[in-house]
Write a protein that binds this ligand. Sequence first.
Ligand SMILES: Nc1nc2c(ncn2[C@@H]2O[C@H](COP(=O)(O)OP(=O)(O)OP(=O)(O)O)[C@@H](O)[C@H]2O)c(=O)[nH]1
Ligand SMILES: [Mg+2]
Length: 486
Amino acid sequence: MTDVDPDQDPVAAADAVVAAIDPGLNSPGVEPRDVVLVTGPWLAGATSVLAALRDRMPQQPFVESTELVAGEAPAAVVFVVSAAAPLTESDCALVDLASTYTDLVIGVVSKIDAHRGWREIRDADAAILAERAGRYAHMPWVGVAAAPDLGEPQLDALVELLTARLAEAEVRRRNRLRAWEARLAAVIGRYEADGAGADRKARVEALRQRRDDIARGRRLARTERSIALRSQLQQARVQLGYFARNRCSSVRTELQEDIAGLSRRRMDAFEEYVHRRADDVVDEVDDGVTQHLGDVAAEFGLTAPPPAAQPPQPVIEAPSLRSRTLETRLMAVLGVGFGLGVAFAVSRMLVGAAPHLAVAGLVVGAVVGLLLTVWVVGVRGLLRDRAVLDRWVADATAALRSTLEEFVATRVLAAETALTTELAAVEETEAQSTAQQIAEIDAELREHAIATARAAGQRDRRIPPLQRALDTVRADLYGSSGPTAE
Ligand SMILES: Nc1nc2c(ncn2[C@@H]2O[C@H](COP(=O)(O)OP(=O)(O)OP(=O)(O)O)[C@@H](O)[C@H]2O)c(=O)[nH]1
Ligand SMILES: [Mg+2]
């Protein structure tokens, strides 16, 4: 392009304006196409205008917006709006977009056959666009009827205007300058956004947020977990203690009921039976404690504390059933007295009833008296032994209870030590992984900061020449009175 004489080629002439500021700027990166873009809002009549223009200017190619690819600049833009209503904001955005790289924009008010007040609409549209940007201030407007319901199409003004404009070399130069203006402004905007870290902002925000979340989540989890473990162990202590006491008192009730119906024959085996029941209760409580503490450990994902090496052995002394000589003697004396009394009364009664049976009466009285004596002494002994056993069972279960309470307290304490130590170790590992995550985030944040700083440096270096070029382009486009300014 540099080997083309600027006086001959209007595009090269425009490029030379920019290259004079910065020789590095040799192309706006836009492909000029020798076509006329006909576009407009929905149902404005663009297709009809395009068809009519093709008909009237067969040598000139026309396209609709879908036929252009990004980066292609048409030689002119025919912007078709309906005469039915003035431009809206979205229509204005559309004309901005269509004419990004093209200076020559012609406003067309269509369907003038159907709308008598089209001139007012045309003037209003011109005013709206002139207000929007300086470049539209001198934009030409014409009214057309490309596909009238009645009569011939009215297109002459547009054809005439377009033919005249497209023939001007200055138009192509200005189109090129427009492309330069758009491209330079976009590049400056890009540098500014990069330098301000605009693209990174969202990512950096998200990273900071995540960093805070991780740190806070970690702190919370830590305190929550240790509080929960403490309270669970506290609960275990209370519940297991209650369980042990409960088992002791129910076994006591059960044994005391047994004593109430105990015969002398089963009395000897009873002591051993009590020992066996105490062992059962010890096993039950031991299992209950192991189970409960295992559950607590499982809830926190920790290893269950080991069961007790040796279940407790409650110290239960033998009942004192034999040391009763004095009482036995007393009972014997009383029993004998009672027996004698009965024997005497029976023999007297029999003698009174049948005097010839005096000897037999004495014998019967003696036998009855003896039997009663034996029975009274025996029953008295049995009742006394039961009372002794009853007291003994109460003592034995009390001993069992205190042994078990101590056992429960010891095991919960041991479990507390083991579980809190293990929890601390787990937390240490987690803290390390959290620190690792945070370090990774910090590293990424640092990278972003460095990249943003680098972009800011580049912005400060690159923007001044670009801005100068843009100013020159703008001075050329709007400062002097070009053809569109007539
Ligand atoms: N009265 C009258 N109606 C017209 C004129 N031009 C177009 N129309 C009508 O307006 C409607 C839209 O016309 P198109 O040319 O398809 O408009 P468009 O902008 O290409 O529409 P879309 O591509 O669908 O957005 C059709 O019903 C046409 O008949 C005109 O000059 N006069
Ligand atoms: Mg169409």
